[in-house]
Design a protein around this ligand. Structure first.
Ligand SMILES: [Zn+2]
Length: 208
């Protein structure tokens, strides 16, 4: 299994390419040309099996529609309304190419990519249908915009955001055994990442 981080425009979202028996990407950013070219360094983008979206914000998801028909696109059911809302308004000159997801997540699903398994955890707060993907064997957590490195955590003041739900979600994540944290922006935490999530929880409790 190979994990590759791709930092994608427009707002430097971390996208994670997982190359196993099956090929998947977690988040795609907002620039289809950029992400397709980045994937092409490793394999033909048409061979990508899954596009998993942590949430629908345009900086993570607006290029996803370009994978429709070749990859299976997965997003949480509570994100669909927000996604439709964004599809009507070009933000920062980007157009959210609307797509019907192939897999509507509820949380609790497991996707086996080969050596790698991804478990879906519904973590609302940053947005209603935000999810994290947990790899239980390696203890990796792909946390989207719910929790970041250095004690940071996601915004809760955007449409559909909810401070109390975010706090509960971080609390839930802090109970997981996490070795590496792969967030939706900025630095990764490799090694003892649970400590980092506990730090985020501590700070979130002071501010929320
Ligand atoms: Zn976001």
């Amino acid at each position: 299994m190979k994990l590759i981080r791709i930092v994608a425009p427009p707002l430097a979202a971390n996208c994670y390419l997982l190359i196993d028996e099956k090929k998947a990407i977690i988040d795609v950013g907002g620039d289809a040309e950029f992400i397709l070219k980045a994937i092409k360094k490793y394999f033909e983008p048409k061979k990508l099996d899954y596009v998993f979206l942590t949430h629908s914000h345009y900086d993570h998801a607006s290029a996803a529609g370009f994978f429709k028909g070749t990859s299976r696109i997965a997003i949480h059911e509570e994100e669909l309304g927000l996604m439709r809302m964004q599809s009507f308004s070009p933000i920062l000159g980007l157009r959210f190419k609307f797509f019907d997801p192939d897999i509507v997540l509820k949380g609790g699903e497991r996707f086996c990519l080969g050596e790698t398994t991804l478990e879906v955890i519904h973590t609302p707060g940053h947005s209603p249908g935000s999810v994290c993907f947990y790899e239980p064997n390696r203890k990796w957590l792909f946390s989207g915009d719910t929790v970041f490195a250095h004690g940071n955590f996601g915004r809760y003041d955007l449409p559909g955001g909810d401070a109390m739900k975010l706090l509960k979600s971080i609390e839930m994540l802090s109970k997981l055994d996490v070795e590496n944290l792969y967030p939706g922006h900025e630095d990764l935490v490799e090694g003892n990442a649970r400590e980092s999530i506990l730090e985020s929880l501590k700070i979130a409790k002071m501010f929320i």
